[in-house]
Design a protein around this ligand. Structure first.
Ligand code: COA
Length: 147
């Protein structure tokens, strides 16, 4: 039997492969510098990029988790297309929730782009529900809001 991928914190040599995974999963947008997001998360002390790694060292999944001092957040949740629907996404979310619990976080949240509604079923099957809120945002350098 093939061993399940291990979930652990990203190391420096895994940055390029995880960004490629995010591209393969259509999570990268031109206005978000994925490498800068990783650097910012890792040096903040309040976030971590968790990756799922096969026995051969291939990155096949990720979940960036953060604690904003009030809630826990998920970003860049991704599973390699060839391994989707095999339970790895569920394990990544569980690992992220453990990371949050260990830091006293009581509630996990995430944002789904309205163009990615199909992913809602994934989170619903893990016990997540839609909360009727309006997300408002502003770039602090004053540039116009991106989609
Ligand atoms: C979303 C994603 C991470 C799910 O990972 P996955 O490994 O395929 O999910 P799992 O196999 O762990 O599925 C867990 C449960 O969710 C369900 N599920 C998974 N994808 C689903 C979908 N698109 N619609 C409905 N249910 C879904 C599974 O059937 C399973 O339910 P079950 O345990 O009751 O059988 C993966 O599809 C992905 O990387 N998508 C592209 C990137 C993306 O959109 N990320 C989310 C950004 S918000």
């Amino acid at each position: 039997m093939t061993a399940e991928p291990e979930i652990r914190a990203l190391n420096d040599s895994q940055i390029d492969p995880v960004v490629q995974l995010w591209r393969d999963c259509d999570l990268v947008r031109p206005w978000n510098d994925a490498r800068a997001d990783i650097e910012f998360a890792r040096r903040s002390g309040a976030a971590e990029v968790l990756v799922a790694v096969t026995a051969e060292g291939t990155i096949v999944g990720s979940a960036m988790v953060g604690n904003d001092g009030h809630r826990g957040w998920f970003y860049y949740v991704a599973v390699a297309p060839s391994l989707q629907k095999t339970g790895l996404g569920r394990r990544l979310i569980a690992a992220g929730e453990d990371w949050m619990r260990a830091r006293g976080v009581e509630k996990a949240q995430l944002i789904i782009r309205d163009t990615n509604v199909k992913v809602r079923g994934f989170y619903e099957s893990l016990g997540y529900g839609v909360q009727p809120r309006v997300l408002m945002a502003r770039w602090l350098d004053g540039r116009p809001l991106t989609p």
